[in-house]
Design a protein around this ligand. Structure first.
Ligand SMILES: *Cc1c(COP(=O)(O)O)cnc(C)c1O
Length: 294
C-alpha cells in the first residue's frame, strides 16, 4: 500500500526488560491508520494489486461484527476508490449494530448480513459462485485476508525491521502474519507468536511453513478470543499511562502482557534483542474505551 506514512521502531524502557538486560523495541504498525490494523493493510496490499490487474467490478470479503479485517478492507477500498462489499456473520445484525460496522458503511462498504450457518460456507466454491451471480464479477478476498497474497503482503513488513533481532514477537490469529514474516526473516531470528484464543496450540498443526524458526505461546488467552478480565484492562491502562502507547484488548494487549510476564519469568535470555510488533487493532477497543480511558 503506498499510503504515505512513517512506520517507526521505538525502544521501550520497560523496567522488567531493563532488569533482565533485554533490549525491547516495538515496531508501530498501529500508526498506519487510526482505525485500521497495521497488519491488515499489509495483507490487503497484494490483493489490491491483483484486483487492479483484472477486470473486476468490486472487492468482496467476509468478517464478523467486530472484524479488524473488514474495517481495514473498507478503508483501503475507500482510499483506492474501489467499490466493496462486506459479507457479515450474523443475520440479526445491521449497519448500526456497532462502531466497526458503522465505520465500514461510512467508508462506503456495502454490507450484507448472513446467518452464522450460511457464513460457514464462506470458503466454499459453490457459495462464491452464488455470490458472483448475485453481485457480478467480484474479486473475493477470504476472511482476514488470509491467503497466499496476504502472506506475500505481510512479508514486506520485514523491510521495516532494521536490526538483526534475536526474537520477533507478535500476536497470532490465523498465523498469516507470522508465516509471512517467517518466510522472510534471517534464519537466526526466532519468531514468537502469542495466541489470544483458547487451545491455540492446536493451530500450530495447521500452519505450513518451510521454516521452523517460530514458536507459539497460548498461555495468555484470558479465557478465550475476545475475552478479557480486570487484570488485562489494568495492564493496558497502565501501559498507556507509562509509554503513551495504546494496545488493543483482543490481540496486542494479550501479547504484551504475555511477553512482559515471560521476560519476568526468565524465558528470554539476558542480552537478547527483542522486537515486538504492534499490529494495531485499536478500532476493536470501541466497546471498552470507557474502561481503558483512551
Ligand atoms: C488480525 C490481527 C492479528 C492476527 O493476524 P494473523 O495474520 O491472522 O495471525 C494480530 N493483531 C491484530 C491487531 C489483528 O487485527
Amino acid at each position: 500500500m503506498d499510503i504515505n506514512v512513517s512506520i517507526v521502531t521505538q525502544t521501550l524502557a520497560v523496567p522488567i526488560a531493563i532488569e533482565n538486560k533485554i533490549q525491547l523495541d516495538m515496531l508501530r504498525l498501529d500508526t498506519l491508520h487510526p482505525h485500521v490494523s497495521g497488519n491488515k493493510w499489509f495483507k490487503l496490499k497484494e490483493q489490491i494489486k491483483a484486483f487492479n490487474k483484472n477486470d473486476y467490478k468490486a472487492i468482496l470479503t467476509f468478517g464478523g461484527a467486530y472484524s479488524n479485517h473488514l474495517s481495514a478492507a473498507a478503508a483501503a477500498c475507500n482510499y483506492y476508490n474501489i467499490p466493496c462489499l462486506g459479507i457479515v456473520r450474523g443475520a440479526e445484525l445491521s449497519h448500526n449494530s456497532n462502531a466497526t460496522l458503522q465505520f465500514c458503511i461510512d467508508q462506503g462498504m456495502q454490507l450484507h448480513f448472513i446467518s452464522r450457518e450460511k457464513y460457514k460456507e464462506k470458503d466454499s466454491a459453490s457459495f462464491h459462485t452464488d455470490l458472483k451471480q448475485k453481485f457480478g464479477n467480484v474479486f473475493i478476498i477470504p476472511e482476514g485476508g488470509n491467503n497466499i497474497l496476504g502472506r506475500l503482503g505481510v512479508a514486506s513488513i520485514y523491510s521495516y525491521i532494521q536490526l538483526n533481532y534475536d526474537y520477533i514477537v507478535l500476536s497470532v490469529g490465523s498465523g498469516t502474519t507470522l508465516l509471512g514474516l517467517s518466510d522472510s526473516v534471517d534464519p537466526t531470528t526466532k519468531i514468537v507468536g502469542y495466541i489470544p484464543m483458547k487451545a491455540g496450540g492446536n493451530y500450530a498443526n495447521q500452519y505450513v511453513t518451510k521454516n521452523t524458526n517460530w514458536q507459539l505461546i497460548d498461555a495468555y488467552h484470558f479465557g478465550g478470543f475476545g475475552k478479557y478480565n480486570d487484570t488485562l484492562v489494568q495492564f493496558i491502562k497502565s501501559f498507556y499511562q507509562s509509554y503513551n502507547i495504546p494496545l488493543d484488548i483482543i490481540y496486542t494487549g494479550k501479547m504484551m502482557y504475555g511477553l512482559l510476564n515471560d521476560i519476568g519469568l526468565g524465558k528470554y535470555p539476558s542480552n537478547a534483542k527483542i522486537l515486538c510488533i504492534h499490529t494495531g487493532g485499536l478500532q476493536g477497543n470501541a466497546s471498552v474505551s470507557d474502561k481503558l480511558g483512551f
